[in-house]
Ligand binder design. Structure first.
Ligand code: PLP
Length: 365
């Protein structure tokens, strides 16, 4: 049975490749697709993906390019790097591409581990990648968040010592959805980078109206800004992200890649180039996300579930007052949530899906 399914899949791909019939998987979404539920299978509220993406332009660009996948295409990566440079008013030398910003975080970890020492990070934050830094010899110093679940920048600054090789700031923070104000963050970076390197992860910044710290990398060799196409651009499965840093830092990061900028497929690169042009899709995502997030927070609070104000496409909430088995309730309705991030207060996170998905989530509770 599964062989037959595979055969059918391969055959339809092959036929599509010949341009005989359109391959359904790449159908260009209509306006309705942006608001209607398209998911078959579980409702995925686990990994902070964009439920509306990829954008129409990105789908078309990827589908047009798929036929060229038999060739290497370094020029396309150069074009993408050029577009990213333009977006951030930097030069091509300030950019390195990766297969998602996960690769970028990994590269930054390796780059900063060239000399052993420590890595300062908030608890709780996005820390899966720190295993690379620890394996490369850095020890982790976790600084608790403030009571309102924000980065404690003063405590993080205080924790820097002669052995600190890297400080990680996820802004906005995953899983809490909180944000550091621009001025406070710039002041922190100005001070911290006199003594060590700072990695700022802007995976969710596009959901806010706060500016990127991209402009700091031109002058400051000690800041790395990680960005991704996985969230606002809806390209999580395409695996594409990048870092912005000083050219000397980029050169060193390139040397840690097997092939500089080479882990990106041409379909992903063309999807990313097209995404950068699709400002309508970005604007629609921001609006739809904000409406579904507002609904979710209001409804959770009606259920006595305390929420942290969110600047992202997910919400952090306390299950302390929730009397049922949260995860069992989700499971019954085939909804994928995450886990308990902090036992004290029973804090968990839910990704904001479409309005329809969030209504199903609330109904399940
Ligand atoms: N940074 C943060 C804060 C994330 O939440 C994620 C994924 O959820 C990533 C980086 C990695 O994303 P990707 O590798 O898809 O770019």
């Amino acid at each position: 049975m599964s062989n037959r399914r595979n055969w059918l899949k391969q055959t339809s791909l092959g036929i599509a490749g010949l341009g005989i019939i359109p391959f359904e998987g790449f159908a260009i979404p209509t306006k309705e697709d942006l608001t209607e539920e398209r998911t078959v299978g579980p409702i995925r509220l686990r990994s902070n993906e964009n439920p509306y993406g990829p954008s129409e332009l990105a789908r078309k660009a990827m589908s047009d390019r798929i036929h060229d996948s038999n060739r290497y295409n370094w020029e396309l990566y150069d074009e993408l790097i050029g577009r990213i440079a333009e977006k951030h008013a930097l030069t091509d030398q300030h950019i390195v591409l990766g297969a998602g910003s996960s690769e970028i975080l990994n590269l930054a970890a390796l780059y900063c581990s060239k000399r052993t020492g420590n890595l300062i990070i908030a608890a709780t934050t996005f820390d899966y990648w720190t295993i690379t830094a620890e394996n490369a010899g850095l020890s982790k110093i976790a600084i608790p968040l403030t009571a309102d679940k924000k980065h404690d920048l003063a405590a993080m600054l205080n924790a820097i010592d002669a052995d600190t090789r890297l400080v990680y700031i996820c802004n906005p923070n995953n899983p809490t959805g909180t944000i550091c104000g621009s001025d406070a963050l710039v002041n922190f970076i100005t001070e911290a980078t006199k003594r060590t390197k700072v990695l700022v992860d802007e995976a969710y910044l596009d959901y806010t109206d706060q500016p990127s710290l991209a402009n700091l990398v031109a002058e400051n060799k000690n800041i790395i800004v990680a960005k991704t196409f996985s969230k606002i651009y809806g390209l999580a499965g395409s695996r594409i992200g990048y870092a912005l840093a000083h050219p000397e830092t980029i050169q060193e990061m390139n040397q840690l890649q097997f092939s500089a900028n080479g882990s990106v497929s041409i379909a992903s690169a063309s999807g990313a180039i097209a995404s950068l042009k699709d400002s309508k899709f970005v604007a629609a995502t921001i609006l739809l996300n904000a409406a579904a997030r507002k609904y979710t927070i209001e409804q959770l609070e009606l259920l006595q579930i305390r929420c942290i104000p969110s600047h992202t496409n997910f919400v952090y909430f306390s299950l302390e007052n929730y009397r049922k088995d949260f995860f069992e309730q989700l499971k019954k309705d085939n909804i994928l949530g995450t886990k308990i991030y902090e036992e004290t207060g029973k804090w968990s996170r839910i990704t904001i899906g479409t309005m329809q998905e969030m209504k199903q989530f609330i109904k399940a509770l």
